[in-house]
Design a binder for this molecule. Structure first.
Ligand code: NDP
Length: 338
């Protein structure tokens, strides 16, 4: 009814730029009236919204590959929702769509920046996780950036998280001879080995990362998929074999730093081992999306790839979910059910 259409919807706004770790007071849950639909737009009721580490960077007032969030306005991010009203061809009421106006209950979305997803083919959370940007990040990082070869020994940090858990399993599926993961709790370590097929895993909070890596990869590693940076990166450089390759995906150990973190002390080792270290951003690898979707569907049905999500209920807890992600509360993709 028209009354429903103008009902205020809740959204999460950034109201102060965090210095160091974000505080709940940096955010505000507010209501806003949705504008009328224009041609080419759909009104979407969000069901699931994604919280991601890169959003921490958008909270700073610094130029990056994505613009900073604007103060006093709803934040943005991946979301899956249901079309409630459509003025766009190809979008019917009831369709599920993947779009970029997360952090809110309802959104008016330009259809050209959205995509209809088939929730019979795969559950909605998969489109924000294993079959979405997360999965493609893992795939592109391994295949294109790290040039993974059969028989490689692979180390993945942040291995129980969204990207890391896919990276480890995909490395196995592509013929890695041994996959080692690191994560921040014994429960996550058990999950990696018992459920995700990692050959070995360790809790980086239990002690020196380099020593633990050496224990689990006594002959060194060929590929390091880096989600963490810091001491993990230094340990991986120290373990790199001849021709080893490092894909720098993320550096979450430094995202809340207020001063630049020092780099690895052993960089010069890359010379002796003729190693490479390459940063990458998933939007540059969209051309691999179709290939990945096909292969991922196969791995999901064969059981070589499985995905788990950590789902927090309620838009009023979206900030808790984001802060929890930075602390490591999640196993697999962290999502908020609206
Ligand atoms: P995750 O699901 O991995 O969640 C973040 C995880 O980071 C937490 O669960 C926590 O797990 C771990 N963590 C937090 N602080 C530390 C720390 N100090 N040291 C080690 N681990 C820590 O998030 P995503 O999978 O979405 O992202 C993983 C990484 O990939 C991030 O660095 C992100 O920025 C990057 N990324 C990069 C992309 C690109 O295009 N280059 C695209 C997408 C993501 P634990 O309990 O193990 O500590």
């Amino acid at each position: 009814t028209p009354a429903d259409q103008s009902a205020p919807a809740r959204e999460v706004r950034l109201v102060a730029r965090p210095h160091g770790w974000p505080e709940p007071s940096d955010f505000e849950l507010a209501t806003s009236e949705l504008p009328e639909l224009a041609d080419g737009q759909v009104r979407v009721r969000n069901e699931l919204i994604s919280v991601d580490p890169y959003m921490r960077g958008r909270m700073n007032d610094t130029r990056s590959y994505v613009a900073p969030f604007e103060l006093g306005r709803a934040m943005e991010g991946g979301a899956v929702g249901v079309v409630e009203e459509s003025r766009a061809e190809g979008y019917a009421v009831g369709d599920h769509v993947l779009h970029q106006l997360g952090w809110r209950e309802e959104a008016v979305v330009d259809a050209e920046s959205a995509r209809v997803v088939d929730t019979d083919a795969a559950p909605a959370p998969a489109y924000l996780g294993v079959l979405g940007m997360t999965g493609l990040t893992a795939y592109a990082g391994l295949v294109r950036v790290a040039q993974l070869r059969e028989g490689d020994v692979v180390f993945v940090s942040g291995a129980a998280g969204a990207v890391g858990s896919v990276a480890g399993q995909v490395a196995k599926a592509l013929g890695a001879s041994r996959v080692i993961g690191s994560a921040g709790s014994q429960e996550k370590v058990d999950h990696l080995v018992d459920e995700l097929g990692f050959d070995a895993a360790f809790n980086y909070k239990d002690g020196d990362v380099a020593a633990q890596l050496a224990e689990h990869a006594p002959d060194g590693i060929d590929v390091y998929f880096d989600n963490v940076g810091g001491d993990h990166l230094e340990a991986a450089i120290g373990a790199l074999r001849q021709g080893g390759r490092i894909a720098i995906c993320g550096a979450i150990s430094s995202y809340n730093d207020t001063e630049p973190a020092p780099g690895p002390r052993n960089l010069a080792r890359l010379i002796q081992v003729r190693g490479t270290m390459t940063g990458f951003l998933v939007p540059d690898h969209q051309d691999l999306a179709e290939e990945f979707a096909e292969r991922a569907a196969g791995w999901l049905s064969s059981g070589q790839l499985s995905s788990r999500e950590t789902v927090v209920d309620g838009i009023e807890h979206a900030v808790d979910a984001f802060l929890g992600l930075l602390r490591g509360d999640n196993t697999g993709k962290m999502l908020v059910r609206v």
